[in-house]
Design a protein around this ligand. Structure first.
Ligand code: S3P
Length: 173
């Protein structure tokens, strides 16, 4: 019996995990799931509200539960994770034991251009480029640790990233 397939996308905020993930899911005729949405729906609060009211550590627990639940589901899917899922040892362990995990590798500069003023992203308040540069430095090794594949996104359009992912997944199947 083969395990149900869940294709997991990781990477910094602004890497395109949700937008690309949605398109890859459509191309592969799979469900698309975003763990931020699962958490927000489950709690009846937006991610910024959860950060403000309950704090980041509480959010990380909810995020991990959402990811674990999704990876255990019988319905194959493409899963966009929140950029900070690799910041906990539990998150890294869960992802390290799962395949395939794909890192959408974006530079802080391109990510900052994409997220604009960082609204709805509590960790980017103030100066998104500065925050993204710090987060990229802190997290890069963790993203690489959990990823089976790395897809560069800086010089690619969303459509090209989708094409690269579909090709990669086809080759890895
Ligand atoms: C976060 C990324 C966000 C969201 C939260 C924290 C992070 O998700 O989970 O604001 O720590 O990188 P996206 O990566 O989908 O923006």
């Amino acid at each position: 019996m083969s395990a149900t397939r869940h294709i997991v996308l990781v990477g910094l905020m602004g890497a395109g995990k949700s937008s690309v993930g949605r398109l890859v899911a459509a191309a592969l005729e799979l469900e698309f799931v975003d763990t931020d949405d699962l958490v927000a729906k489950g709690e009846g609060r937006s991610v910024p509200e959860l950060f403000a009211e309950r704090g980041e550590a509480h959010f990380r627990g909810l995020e991990l539960d959402a990811l674990r639940g999704e990876l255990g589901s019988e319905i194959p899917s493409v899963v966009a994770t929140g950029g900070g899922v690799v910041t906990t040892a539990e998150g890294r362990a869960l992802l390290s034991g799962h395949h395939p995990v794909i890192l959408l590798d974006v530079s802080p500069e391109v990510a900052a251009r994409r997220v604009g003023d960082g609204r709805n992203r509590p960790l980017l308040a103030g100066n998104p480029l500065e925050k993204l540069t710090e987060l990229a430095a802190e997290r890069r090794a963790s993203y690489l640790e959990v990823a089976d594949h790395v897809v560069e996104v800086d010089d690619r359009s969303p459509g090209q990233v989708v094409g690269a992912l579909v090709e990669l997944l086809g080759a890895a199947a």
